[in-house]
Design a protein around this ligand. Structure first.
Ligand code: SAM
Length: 284
């Protein structure tokens, strides 16, 4: 069976009465170099447990199963079950759980399937409609040493953006708070069936072993970041007083103490500067 042959995929789906679901982001890989290269990028060792979201017909799952001790895949579309039973039949280290990945306790599942003695990694070709909430859940769980995922190029650019650019925003800071991010390579629409409208990119996130910056109150830090980018065209005293109910004068004073102008916008501040600002504003 060649799971990257479009005709074989279509035949498998037709034989099992399965149709591609656009709302579930079902764009399956049909260029064999791509699942191989994604699995290689995940830096798996033979002792690792790897979590995959959305196995589809199992093309990346099979690559992962050759590189890790155990693979757990979560698939929302239960109609793919008869196909996955066949395509993963010869892979005893692959397990599939059917359900919405956004509603699972990912750490609990990994503990159950991998045990605490293995390193846990995540590798997936993500459904594009839920990329941001999924990546947020992966990071907030703090469960994964590395997260290697294919996502829309535009989201990859937001994640890897530098301060002062149009792509830089609250999501950039959230990802970089938990992990260091690298954009690895692009994948064109003709590598998928059906073809998506946009180019994709593979990124790798590595969990930080030490905090990205010294922050006194993490929840407050994220509130400051969100308020700054909710009104990203406004100067920080205006954006933060609207979002946090703080007095504009104290915000300008805190910016001054950091050597920043009062008319600066949030998009120009680095993560370290946001950390320092949020610490000062907490005391304001
Ligand atoms: N891994 C396959 C590949 O690379 O060809 C399929 C990737 S496809 C882009 C995304 C997969 O995620 C689909 O199989 C889809 O059914 C599944 N999916 C969509 N939303 C999901 C969710 N919330 N939880 C788990 N799986 C989901």
């Amino acid at each position: 069976m060649n799971l990257t042959d479009p005709n074989e995929i279509k035949a498998l789906m037709a034989a099992n009465g399965v149709r591609f679901s656009k709302s579930l982001g079902q764009n399956f890989l049909v260029a064999s170099w791509v699942p191989e290269k994604i699995a290689d990028a995940a830096e798996l060792s033979e002792n690792d447990g790897v979590l995959e979201i959305g196995p589809g017909v199992g093309v990346l799952t099979r690559e992962l199963s050759e590189r890790a001790a155990e693979v757990l895949s979560i698939e929302l579309d239960e109609s793919l079950a008869p196909i996955l039973r066949v395509t993963l039949m010869d892979r005893p280290n692959c397990h599939v759980v059917y359900g919405d990945a956004l509603k699972q306790n990912l750490s609990e599942l990994c503990r159950e399937y991998f045990g605490a003695e293995r390193a846990w990694k995540l590798c997936a070709n993500l459904p594009y409609n839920v990329t941001t909430p999924l990546i947020t859940a992966f990071l907030e769980s703090k469960a994964f040493e590395t997260i290697t995922v294919m996502i829309q190029k535009e989201v990859a650019e937001r994640i890897c953006a530098r301060a002062g650019t149009g792509e830089y925003g609250a999501f950039t800071l959230l990802v970089n708070w938990y992990a260091t991010a690298e954009k690895l390579f692009d994948v064109s629409p003709d590598c998928f069936l059906p073809q998506p409208k946009v180019t994709s990119s593979v990124i790798r996130l590595r969990r930080r072993s030490e905090s990205a910056a010294q922050v006194d109150d993490e929840a407050w830090f994220f509130k400051v970041v969100r308020a700054a980018f909710n009104q990203r065209r406004k100067a920080l005293p205006n954006a933060l007083s609207a979002g946090l109910g703080l007095d504009k004068g104290s915000i300008a004073e805190a910016l001054g103490a950091l050597g920043l102008n009062a008319d600066i916008r949030g998009e120009r501040l680095t993560l370290e500067q946001f950390a320092a600002l949020s610490n000062l504003l907490r005391k304001a």
